[in-house]
Every structure is written in C-alpha cells, then in structure tokens.
Design a protein around this ligand. Sequence first.
Ligand SMILES: O=C(O)CCC(=O)C(=O)O
Length: 197
Amino acid sequence: MIPLKKLTIHPHENLFSQEVKPIERLELIPQWSVLDYSELTQVLDWQEESIRMFGKEIRVPRLVVWYGKKGYGYSGKRHQPMEIPEMIQREMNRLSAETGVEFNGVLCNWYRNGEEHMGFHSDDEPEIDGSLIASISLGASRRFAWKKKDGSEGGKVELESGSLLLMHHFQENWKHALLKDPKVGEGRINLTFRRLF
Ligand SMILES: O=C(O)CCC(=O)C(=O)O
C-alpha cells in the first residue's frame, strides 16, 4: 500500500510509477470540474437500486443513475439509454476534447453519507472501452482504493471535490473501490464517464 501521507499529488501526477506496465496508470487532476454538488443532487434522476446476490435482493448502498445513448449493464442490472442532461453533456464534451476519447455515457453515483460506498470491482464489461474511464468527484472528500486482481499490491488516495481521476488501461488487472468512512457526514457525487462500443 502507498501510505496516504507520502502521496503528494500534483496536477497530472502519475500515481503509479515504475513497477506496473507504463500504460496502466491512474492520473489525478485536482480542481478540474466546476459542476455544483447541490445542483446535481436536485436535477439528476436518482434511483434506488438493488442487485441479486446469493439468491437475495441486496440494496445498493448509494443512489445511481445512468445517462447515455446506449444502455449499459453491470452486476446483472441493465440500464436503459437515457438522454444526457445538458450540464453533464457539456462536461462530457470538455472531457472528450481534453482526452481525445469520445465518451458517450456516464454512471452517476450519489453517496449520501460515509456509510454509503462501493466495493472492489473492475469496470471490465465487454461493452465498454477500458482504455480510459474518467471519474469526477463532487462534495465530500472520500477515499478511493485500488488493488491488483491477484491481491499482490494496492493503494489509496483521497478524492477531493472537483478532482478528475483518469483510469488508463486499469480495468484488466486492477480492482477499485470507494471505501466506507462512517466519520463523513456529508454527501459525495461521482460521475464516471465511459465509452461504450
Ligand atoms: O465513486 C467512485 O469514485 C468510484 C465509482 C466507481 O468505481 C464506478 O462507478 O465504477
């Protein structure tokens, strides 16, 4: 694990260095987004969701909504295509212009407090382009963690409001999570932009 206190984050700093293949990397860009957390809590069409695990319906510990020209499926759930709200589309256009990737969908997660979280997973469905997934954080700072699929190494970083985390070729060999932190009382929204084939 990389201890948090040793991790100094500069714009475009590569959180990984030598040990991994050079193309597999996380890039963290502070203060990239100017979207407003409170506005998004009100204007997006937030949904409660549950997934079936071990024969039981389990409530997903966050609110979610998918916006995109194509439908998207994960954890056995299929999300229908939904028109992208204008303020999100503008953000997506800026992201596409800056990264050169034509994003066409965004999964939005609203963690209303520190109890809400997302467990370790990879966004490695065959329908998405794993070469770049771009993730914007708004609201409370929360800890993002990653680990190799074989469990051999990993790390953590605090994602602050407005930051942009770029996951480059990251889904094949690594898992990531948004950790629970019961001390956090405020909410956080995460917008994860994807390109579906
Ligand atoms: O909230 C986050 O930063 C992580 C979101 C995530 O892992 C996902 O949407 O797949």
